[in-house]
Design a protein around this ligand. Structure first.
Ligand code: 5GP
Ligand code: MG
Length: 178
């Protein structure tokens, strides 16, 4: 049994299922953006780094890849309410086709704010992709264009998602048991 800080982890999504789903998402995105002349993938640090790394290798299109770092959850398990830009993009996205990628859509606060922040930079297209979606938890209206898996309202770690910076390097997605 895997543990973090004495709490046991139970496997929710295994590596093989992730690989299969990420491949499907990549092909879907590849098709939808196949007409794009200037495609940019924007990942949100830190949580999306694993998903972005796998996803972009399943999208057979010329792509720029950049990361935006916003602070949201801090060390705990609860949403802090609003976001702060820690590191802005290096890439100019004006007139480009952008895919915004995050690890998990929960209250929707993060993606809603980041979406609006990127929109101001005038991309010609702005789509969103999340690895996980906790649909029942939304506090603001926001739906992603591409969703890997719908998940229940439990705290998850692995595949980039952390609990106080631990657990990001787990290959599967695990629920932290109470
Ligand atoms: P939102 O702003 O939609 O509430 O939250 C999005 C962010 O909250 C994610 O990028 C992630 O950092 C964090 N988050 C939400 N749910 C979970 C969870 O179950 N596990 C982890 N590790 N982070 C989560
Ligand atoms: Mg986090």
């Amino acid at each position: 049994m895997r543990e973090i800080r004495g709490k046991s982890l139970s496997l929710l999504i295994k590596e093989d299922d992730i690989r299969r789903r990420v491949r499907e998402l990549g092909k879907e995105i590849e098709e939808d953006f196949s007409d794009s002349e200037d495609f940019v993938v924007v990942g949100l640090l830190k949580g999306a780094f694993v998903f972005v790394a796998d996803l972009v290798r399943e999208i057979d299109l010329p792509a720029r890849i950049d990361f935006l770092w916003v602070s949201s959850y801090g060390q705990g398990m609860e949403s802090s309410g609003s976001i702060r830009i820690v590191k802005d993009l290096d890439t100019d996205i004006e007139g480009r086709d952008v895919l915004l990628v995050d690890d998990i859509l929960d209250t929707g606060i993060t993606l809603r704010e980041v979406y609006d922040f990127l929109k101001i930079k005038n991309p010609s297209r702005l789509k969103t992709c999340v690895f996980l979606d906790k649909k029942g938890r939304r506090k603001v209206e926001f739906e992603a264009d591409y969703v890997g898996f719908e998940v229940p309202n439990v705290f998850l770690v692995g595949y980039g998602l952390d609990w106080g910076e631990l657990g990001r390097n787990l290959k599967g997605v695990y629920a932290v048991e109470d």
